[in-house]
Write a protein that binds this ligand. Sequence first.
Ligand code: HEC
Length: 718
Amino acid sequence: MTTTKRTMAASAIVLVATGLAAALFAQPQALAQGGLTYSAAQAEAGKAMYAAACAACHGVDLEGIGPAGPLKGDAYRSKWTNRPVEAMMAVIRTMPPGAEPTRTGAQNAELLAFLIRENSLGAAGAPIPFATADLSAMRFPSASGTNAGGRVGGRGGGGPAPGESRVAKSARASARLDAVTPVTEAMLASPPAGSWINWRRTRDGSGFSPLAKINRSTVKRLGVSWSWSLPRGENMMTPLVHDGVLYAQSSGDIIEALDATTGELLWRHQRPLADPDKTFNSKKGIAIYGRTLLVPTSDLHVLALDSRTGAQVWDHDIDTGTRTGHQVKSAPIVAKGKVIIGINGVDQVNGGNFILAIDIATGKEAWRFYTIARPGEPGGNSWAGLPLESRTGGSVWIAGSYDEQTGLLYFGAAPTYAVQRLRVPAPGSTNEALYTNTTMALDPDTGKLVWHYQHQANDQLDHDWVFERQLIDVEVGGVKHRAVITAGKQAIYDVVDARTGKYLFSHDLGFQSAIASIDPATGAKILNPAAIPTPTQVLPGLSMPGICPTALGARNLMAAAYNPSSRLVFIPLTDTCLLPGPARQRWQKNPDPATDGQFGIVQAIDMQKRKVVWSKREVAPPVSGTLATGGGLVFVGDADRWFRAYDDRTGKELWKVRLDNVAASFPITYGVDGKQYLAVASNEGSFHARGMQGYGQIARPPTNNATLWVFALPDGRN
Ligand code: HEC
């Protein structure tokens, strides 16, 4: 049967040569049936193996319940459309992440057959081979039926050609674009009230806007001002708004500039994906400086686009050496004329995740900082004696912050996924694994590490101290500090001096059972013995049974907001554990109306007083970042498509709307010509919202559309 495969591949080449390829691709079904087959016995054996080895992370029905995404459905199919079969097999061989592979090639082929069957990517027939040489010649069928493309986020009918930018023709649109001024360093340091020109608006990570026309008393009149259908595919954007133009970032590496008052399209830039082995992915945001938008792409470039025309100014190809598997999921941040961005990658990226600075004037790399300490360098001996190529993780999933007062950048790095290899250090080495779960304070000019603070050493449960770093003022023992605060998936806040990295204190929000105590002098986390795996234990979904939270986290990528006037932090939280125990009834995987039934939470925290001011529970967990405003409001979207406004003093619900899809993105507010708007993109975004929907048994719209919603108060009553 291997011979049959080779013959098929050979005849496909002949068809290309004779110009009949279009006819072949026009019948994907025929290609699927003729091209890709597996035996029924393989798929059945794969099904059994899947249930035992994969379902804990990817869901019993392949729906994706943990940090690992679904392995079937529209998005999954689209992702693999027209890609080499060997690429999927290459992932299967490494699964589960971090475990030493024990399956045979034939068993991997059975898993592959099962995934092909469940996704209708092939047909029952001759068995599928497992050798790389055989699989490399085979591709998954095309979904569109029109050509070899047909990917999620691909160009719909009528739009401009890929790569083109287009300036709208109407006089009003031209006037909007002409009025766009350069964004200066001073504006980034203190953004004009109506603008949103950085991921969390201010570079200290506040997620706060001073705008107050939409406030506690007017919010009930909030209605749709305009909406815009976004390109299909995963979307978790943060729109940027400057001088009345809204910049939206969508799947397919598409940037659309819209009139922020009307939703009229001003220009559109699409970056085609030349590399068939890469797929489009969702990202949290873009940055702006001068007249340049800074845009990370799915093929690991950073583009500079003219903010008035969408024309490309430069194209920086991020150098990842010979290593593969990197992504950019975080938003860039601008400081000192540079755009700085975190690179992430899961298990395939050996020794390679880093923070990269590009000079905005030239488009050239200015510096990089590797988040995995190199052997022979400071911290290099903290990886249990592993050689560099076996050190994995340190992903930078979230944008960094920058503090005007200290002049430093603050970034966090995720744990390793290859946890087993770190459990027993080789003689003469340690295993805290720097700079995982660490806040790194970097000099923006040079990329030099000024200080670092590791929040948790050798994290085996993916508790991820990687989320946003916010800068606040606190007083400890009568001494005023500029402090950087951050909380990982355990929802424990660490408060650290922003100038020196000295540990100040922690504030545990009470959703976790992994950490038994915290050293008050150093902040060292002392583990609950039940949260420590044995040297060979394989953890389901990187979660420890009975320990809270699961690897989805009591909090995750949804960023907290900080109101500098009330000095409250607003954080979205979720009640999840692997197993509900009798002593922990309220920690539950599924809402249970007999007990509490509400496992989505938003909390307001006074970090100075170290106390929770209010805590609001809903059935469905929050999946968006929080937005705090000068109108005394906190906005947040949940996994069941509700988007709400709460009173920031009490947590009382003041307004809500049910959207077409979940707002698994970062809501913003902005002002143009004296009118305030509220903007949020809907779409399940990424694995986190899907996981939460899975936990909550929430039905999601099968079409999974992406839409940009913009709300405002009715005209004349502002
Ligand atoms: C310990 C948790 C875990 C287990 C168990 C696990 N996986 Fe995964 N899997 C992951 C993670 C994490 C990813 C990466 C997700 C990402 O990058 O978005 C992943 C990704 C994948 C992908 C690529 C998904 C995509 O969107 O392209 C495939 C295919 C896959 N796993 C198959 C399997 C199979 C087959 C098994 C069983 C042998 C398995 N996994 C077991 C955690 C797990």
